[in-house]
Design a protein around this ligand. Structure first.
Ligand code: AMP
Ligand code: ZN
Length: 113
């Protein structure tokens, strides 16, 4: 269905960081920080607007939050990190399968907001 679906199905290789029944977390191929993990619901939703219209939205976002917490723990990010979701063209989204960037491993200084 899309490149992230292929990664989730292990048809394309990736470096897994954490996985459970509903979420797959793997290293970004083009990291912007020492830790740059993509947290991806296994079910395909194009973006957060698409997910919001699904009956599964509450469950998926709960699963995502727990996976983010695991990724933070695995990578010793207790001092903090950033979670980014790029949505659609103006948000800079390039892969149309909802995902959350977990970025950390250093003090993030460049703030847009
Ligand atoms: P976005 O621009 O928010 O849609 O994020 C897509 C992210 O997917 C980018 O940071 C890419 O570096 C990353 N990416 C694309 N292809 C792969 C891949 N095969 N394995 C890991 N990360 C990838
Ligand atoms: Zn997909």
């Amino acid at each position: 269905m899309c490149i992230f679906c292929d990664i989730i199905e292990k048809k394309i290789p990736s470096t897994a960081v954490y996985e459970d029944e509903n979420v797959y977390c793997f290293n970004d191929i083009n990291p912007v920080a020492p830790v740059h993990v993509l947290v991806v619901p296994k079910k395909h939703y194009e973006d957060i607007i698409d997910l919001a219209s699904s009956a599964d939205a509450d469950k998926v976002l709960g699963d995502v939050s727990r996976a983010i917490s695991k990724v933070a723990e695995i990578n010793n990010l207790g001092e903090g990190f950033r979670v980014i979701n790029n949505c659609r063209e103006f948000g800079g989204q390039t892969v149309k399968h909802i995902h959350f960037h977990v970025i950390g491993g250093l003090k993030l200084t460049e703030k847009m907001i």
